[in-house]
Design a protein around this ligand. Structure first.
Ligand SMILES: CC(C)(COP(=O)(O)OP(=O)(O)OC[C@H]1O[C@@H](n2cnc3c(N)ncnc32)[C@H](O)[C@@H]1OP(=O)(O)O)[C@@H](O)C(=O)NCCC(=O)NCCS
Length: 163
């Protein structure tokens, strides 16, 4: 297993799309941002080439509480494939992303967590995401067909940590 950077094309394949043109708005948004360099994608690759983990950082977003292009970056779509969870792989991925953002000069990272996700909250707290930035009903990377963030009925927390 190794953690490495991956591309927008690999994101499309991982999410089951042949190309961005026919994909839903959120997928298009991720792909466009990876292509422009406004987002980064780290994965965990198995020896046989299968990608079993993913984590993205958006560097600059309309809502600067999430990411402001110079000091703060937003981490999202953090996943380890079922069957591989609870073995430290997600922590390795997160550590990798945080240290790379730090090297790039970012001073803080944000991440979202659902109010009904105590295990994720525990993981993020362990990593030092101790400040609650705000309660959110929108994820700036979850888009509707007009490329506007989708309203989410259930509010969630945006957390942050210093890098
Ligand atoms: C969150 C996630 C990426 C963490 O990756 P991981 O490889 O399981 O994490 P690690 O093994 O490094 O760390 C384990 C910790 O992760 C947290 N965790 C959250 N969901 C978990 C799960 N389903 N299984 C195991 N650990 C989980 C716990 O805090 C756990 O620590 P604990 O055993 O003390 O409770 C992974 O569990 C996952 O993909 N979950 C489903 C998708 C999700 O909720 N993503 C985050 C929001 S986008």
């Amino acid at each position: 297993m190794r953690v490495r950077k991956a591309t927008g094309e690999e994101m499309l394949r991982l999410w089951g799309y042949a190309d961005a043109g026919s994909a839903p708005p959120t997928v298009k948004f991720f792909h466009a941002n990876l292509s422009s360099g406004n987002s980064l994608f780290w994965t965990i690759e198995r020896e046989d080439g299968e990608l079993i983990g993913e984590l993205y950082a958006f560097l600059d977003l309309g809502d600067t509480d999430f990411a402001d292009g110079k000091d703060t970056a937003y981490l999202c779509a953090f996943r380890v494939k079922e069957g591989y969870r609870g073995q430290g792989l997600g922590s390795e991925l997160l550590e990798h992303a945080l240290s790379e953002l730090r090297e790039m000069g970012f001073r803080s990272a944000t991440i979202g967590v659902g109010k009904d996700e105590p295990r994720n909250l525990r993981l993020y707290r362990r990593f030092g995401f101790l400040s609650m930035v705000k309660e959110c009903h929108y994820d700036p990377c979850g888009m509707d067909t007009d490329m506007q963030p989708v309203y989410e009925e259930d509010a969630w927390w945006l957390l942050s940590k210093d890098l």
